[in-house]
Ligand binder design. Structure first.
Ligand SMILES: NC(=O)c1ccc[n+]([C@@H]2O[C@H](COP(=O)([O-])OP(=O)(O)OC[C@H]3O[C@@H](n4cnc5c(N)ncnc54)[C@H](O)[C@@H]3O)[C@@H](O)[C@H]2O)c1
Length: 384
């Protein structure tokens, strides 16, 4: 085994926002890693960085000035990911790239090609995959037999400050460039990735049809309430039902149905919940530590870029599918936290996951503005 003679040399692009979580993680790893330089057009808060860390306002300048970087962490707006990841790879570094990795399938294919040409590797920040590794997890999933259906449930609230924090927030396109911010592609992307992983979906050929049923209750362009249904060639039906307009927010989970039983994977609470309600804690492996082990000892990456391929198929279906429909104001109210609420959304999400149906198919009243009821769910069940 190769032991490092010096701390792993790290640069961070994107300091504020989610970058602050990486700064905290790097502090925990002090000694094993050294934050050599940062890049952000907004300067760091005084005293927030180690004294030796060099500060740049642009990653290109940083890469031209700072030699021998092992890892560049990219925690910047979505539309910058491809360009910055390519720069870092071509400078010889490994890349820890925040999710979603890029904003179109074409950019994904281009980035995979760049990675192949360069010596560095890309780890994508789908940190929930760090929970899939333990034997507790794999044994419990094996215990429910052959997986036939996965429901992903997300009920969060988001205030105006969330949508106003950055120009790209709540956009599908900005200045002519794809952003594809939305429930399934950003805040609940971890649920989508975990569902695909649990369904055994590894590459784009493992995905059949994808239906998107997108809505927006906030004054945004992208969806804040959505069903995304994914059929796999392995006959697993994945139904993702998400909202950022819940009356009663709750931690997201995946409900996994197998031939021998069901379980809930509570990926933000680091536990599995068995059919009888028993919760089993899961060990979480840190993706950044894993990347450092990869640099020093060739450890296998937990979330290599190529494994994001199925997620990118879903993102592309959302990007190229129908734009979200506005939910009429008569179906909306306000929570005590002053966030927008879609009335009754908790029940519609439960029903969507239960029946593997979209809001439009279920006949949610706010989903019927232009379309008649497409599928009579009861009739379909009787027929089935
Ligand atoms: N893994 C997770 O759970 C998780 C959670 C939240 C956000 N994220 C991801 O983190 C990334 C950043 O999200 P955010 O909400 O912090 O975004 P943000 O818009 O707040 O930007 C983050 C930082 O990037 C800086 N920046 C902008 N352009 C830059 C450039 N060209 N070079 C260097 N820095 C630049 C901004 O000044 C800001 O400090 C996104 O990919 C987001 O999806 C991941």
């Amino acid at each position: 085994m190769h032991h490092p003679k010096r701390p792993t040399r790290i640069a961070l692009a994107g300091l504020h926002g989610y970058g602050s979580v990486h700064l905290e993680q790097l502090r925990h790893m002090a000694g094993a890693v050294k934050l050599v330089a940062v890049a952000d057009p907004r300067p760091p808060a005084p005293g927030s960085l180690p004294e030796s860390t060099q500060v740049f306002d642009d990653l290109g300048e940083l890469l031209a000035s700072v030699p021998d970087l092992d890892v560049v962490i990219i925690a910047t707006p979505l539309d910058t990911h491809f360009r910055l990841a390519e720069l870092a790879l071509r400078a010889g570094a490994n890349v820890y790239l925040e999710k979603p990795p890029v904003t179109s399938m074409a950019d994904f294919d281009r980035l995979v090609a760049v990675e192949r040409e360069c010596k560095g590797s890309v780890q994508v920040g789908f940190q929930g995959l760090g929970l899939h590794q333990s034997t507790v997890f794999t044994d419990a999933v094996a215990g429910i037999g052959e997986v036939s259906a996965i429901g992903a449930v997300g009920l969060w609230q988001r205030s105006d400050s969330y949508w106003n924090r950055s120009r790209w927030a709540g956009r599908r396109v900005l200045d002519g460039v794809d952003i594809v911010d939305g429930t399934a592609t950003n805040p609940f992307a971890h649920a989508v990735v975990s569902a695909l992983h649990l369904a055994g979906v590894k590459r784009r050929a493992d995905i059949g049809a994808i239906d998107t049923d997108l809505f927006r209750a906030n004054a945004i362009e992208s969806d804040d309430t959505a069903v995304v249904r994914i059929e796999t060639t392995g006959d697993v039906l994945i139904t993702c039902a998400f909202t950022l307009c819940a009356a009663m927010p709750a931690e997201p989970y995946l409900r996994v149905t197998g031939s021998l039983g069901t379980l809930r994977f509570r990926y933000t609470e680091d536990c599995l919940e068995l059919g009888d309600g028993l919760r089993i804690p899961l060990e979480r492996r840190c993706l950044l530590r894993n990347m450092v082990e990869h640099v020093n000892n060739r450890a296998e990456l937990l979330s290599p870029l190529c494994d994001s391929e199925p997620f990118m198929v879903v993102l592309d279906a959302i990007r190229t599918g129908p734009a979200p429909s506005p939910i009429p104001p008569e179906f909306l109210s306000s929570s005590p936290n002053l966030t927008v609420v879609v009335d009754g959304i908790e029940q519609w999400i439960e029903l969507a996951v239960e029946r593997g149906a979209t809001f439009t198919e279920l006949g949610a009243p706010w989903a019927q503005a232009e379309l008649p009821l497409l599928v009579d769910v009861a009739a379909r069940e009787n027929a089935g």
